[in-house]
Ligand binder design. Structure first.
Ligand SMILES: NC(=O)c1ccc[n+]([C@@H]2O[C@H](COP(=O)([O-])OP(=O)(O)OC[C@H]3O[C@@H](n4cnc5c(N)ncnc54)[C@H](O)[C@@H]3O)[C@@H](O)[C@H]2O)c1
Ligand SMILES: [Zn+2]
Length: 358
């Protein structure tokens, strides 16, 4: 099975990518010095589909397994749900060597990771990501979080899992919208780091959309590998890890201004389009590269122009609020060509405005 090792001293771990591998998870847990208790955290939708094989695979290895099912969706990533999880962990009598398994998309990964990071000051956890976004992005790198007071991921910690266990066959049950959502991040990796991978996507995007097994395995593996390399270099986002936020600075504004009517991937797609417009105006990026990116996003069913016209001043206000929250620093990730980005701190307000109006 294809494996990626992410080297972070004592916090190192593997990312395994395979097809139809859920039933084998139990076999891999013997390396982690665990006690016999394990708790799987999931939601009703994913649980119905994938809880049984995982549970059975752990039972077969002698684990005492229970499940915590939390409601589906971003609205569950809150402290009430977290407290509920803690209560369940206490009832299940977990100890410090017990295991938490997060089975689901990014929401489940983030909240179960945070629960694992904080319960008894940190117990082992394994991520089993089931959405494309979670497989290529949120399950890797140890960012865990919940939302509070309408602010996304404001409470959280860096806490690495013991293992990321990715079964691409779970993508077969993923709603199409969620597939497109994850594709925005997939395309992002090509633009920030790997022109050959971008070319591969240009050649094979239809196959990806048809859920061709080899293609899915290849793209999930390559994205996970790119993310792992970046996280290895900069675990706590003090420098280079920021390039993963390509398309996200403006993307977050589009999410905010539409009150999250754009899905994350759609907002990121637009963020990539408009930051590329800015990069062209700064003379950093050639038009032909911006066009290549646009075509690929379109083929991935992602939006490339804002649905309705917004007042750019409103977007700039959101940007400025965001900047304040970040202690007066705002980093933009600008593409130089397909496969390479640069980090730039301040971009003139007028230039952003012109680009948004283009
Ligand atoms: N920790 C990080 O580094 C990081 C990075 C990016 C995003 N995130 C977080 O991830 C979250 C978004 O993740 P997401 O897009 O996976 O959303 P999600 O977890 O809400 O999943 C999307 C939907 O797909 C369903 N689903 C997931 N897998 C399925 C499957 N195999 N079959 C059928 N349905 C399935 C879910 O139940 C949900 O309804 C956000 O909260 C975001 O903040 C975290
Ligand atoms: Zn993202």
């Amino acid at each position: 099975m294809p494996v990626i090792h992410i080297n972070l001293d004592k916090r190192s771990y593997s990312i395994i990518v395979g097809n139809k591998i859920l039933r084998d998870l139990g076999n891999l847990l013997s390396d982690f010095n665990l006690s016999s208790k394990a708790v799987i955290i999931t939601n009703p939708r994913v649980g119905r589909l994938y809880l049984k094989p995982i549970k059975e695979s752990l039972l077969n290895k002698g684990f005492d397994v229970s499940a915590i099912i939390i409601p589906d969706g971003e609205k569950s990533k809150n402290y009430r749900q977290l407290i509920e999880i803690y209560r369940n962990l206490i009832s299940a009598r977990l100890d410090r060597r017990s295991l938490i398994i997060g089975l689901g998309g990014g929401v489940i990964g983030d909240i179960s990771g945070f629960a694992a990071a904080t319960f008894m000051r940190g117990i082992p956890y394994v991520q089993v990501p089931t959405s494309l976004l979670a497989q290529v992005d949120s399950s890797i790198g140890g960012k865990t979080a919940i939302n509070l007071g309408g602010i996304k991921n404001i409470i959280g910690s860096f806490y690495q899992p013991k293992l990321v266990y990715t079964d691409i066959s779970s993508l077969r049950t993923l709603p199409r919208e969620e597939l497109y959502n994850g594709l925005a991040e997939v395309i992002k990796y090509g633009v920030i780091k790997d022109e050959r991978f971008f070319q591969y996507l240009e050649k094979n995007i239809e196959k990806v959309l048809e859920l061709d097994t080899l293609c899915l395995e290849k793209i999930v593996f390559r994205c996970a590998q790119i993310k792992a390399e970046i996280v290895e270099e900069d675990e706590r986002e003090e420098g280079i890890r920021a390039i993963l936020n390509y398309g996200h600075t403006l993307g977050h504004c589009f999410e905010t201004i539409t009150k999250f009517r754009y899905r994350h991937g759609q907002a990121i797609s637009l963020g990539m389009i408009y930051i590329s417009e800015i990069a062209q105006r700064l003379g950093i990026l050639e038009k032909k590269d911006a066009e290549r990116q646009k075509r690929l996003l379109q083929r991935g069913h992602l939006p490339v122009s804002l649905r309705k016209s917004f007042n750019p001043e409103e977007i700039l206000t959101i940007l400025e609020m965001d900047k304040k929250r970040r202690g007066g620093r705002q980093r933009f990730i600008l593409p130089r060509k397909i496969g390479e980005v640069i980090i730039k701190e301040d971009i003139p307000r007028e230039l952003i405005k012109e680009a948004l109006l283009s």
